[in-house]
Ligand binder design. Sequence first.
Ligand code: MG
Length: 327
Amino acid sequence: MRLDHSVIFFMMVQIGSKETNSSLSCRSLDFRSQENILRIATFVHNGKRHVGQVSADGLQVTPFALTEAQAHHGAQLLIDNLVAGQPLPALSGATLAVSSVKLESPLPVPRRNVWCVGRNYHAHAKELQASVFKDSNTDTKAWPIVFTKVPECVVGPTDDVVLPGAAVSDQIDYEAELAVIIGQGGKNISQADAMKHVFGYTVVNDVTARDVQMRHQQWDMGKSFDTFCPMGPWIVTADETDGRKTRVRCWVNGELRQDGPTENMIFDIPTLIETISRGITLYPGDIIATGTPAGVGMGLNPPRYIAKGDVIRVEIDGVGQIENRFV
Ligand code: MG
């Protein structure tokens, strides 16, 4: 039986909202055929922002029937509506080649800061143990390091990242990361229930000014320079992929620098959701960047920071890739 997307999501949301019945999960339904794969992109075509459904091969996109005002916040309205039990909007208009549109971040300006996790892969914890993590709790399993990036630093999957100039920072680094998009919000979410709150996944480069990160007691400044959060190319919904078992890779000018399976996370996705929602309400559309594997520029000997003209590609199996030039 082929189910319409809106029906599928209505079922997911209904099931996901039944907190008392932990034996049910979104993934217990069998609707993982190719026709039901859902990727949601935000894009500009003919000067207007749209939100659309991307084909399973990632080559085509069909806009949803949204007004310009509804599409203004990208996929946010869809997430809000689906979580509220409303159906997915109808598809409308011509199917376009993805190559003919300009992809934006699926959430162009998230409604609040992007949650980020530091030191979440063992090998990365080790490579920066004498620098970034020197003054941190040495027990990597105690509690995750959590910080945020301001929403306005988010840019699209192919946008330029602007180096701030040597007077501000000359130690710009990359961090390839899987990002979780929250669907159903909540507070004090248990690990057992956490995956029901995942709407989907996207790709993030947590660009970092290492000298600024090290200079201040908190990391937000060194992580939040304008354009320092490339994101995209779309959201892959949680019914298609499982972020707990995929692979995060990063290339700098074609040279593979990072390659880590998400199974190697120190704190897995359910633990991160449980931790961040302790006493803090998570909302639909909240983003959690889950940390980066080993191989960042600062961890190399000698360190290799980003220079003007470098091109960085981050790819996550089952989700997609982003590629940004640093200018
Ligand atoms: Mg990071």
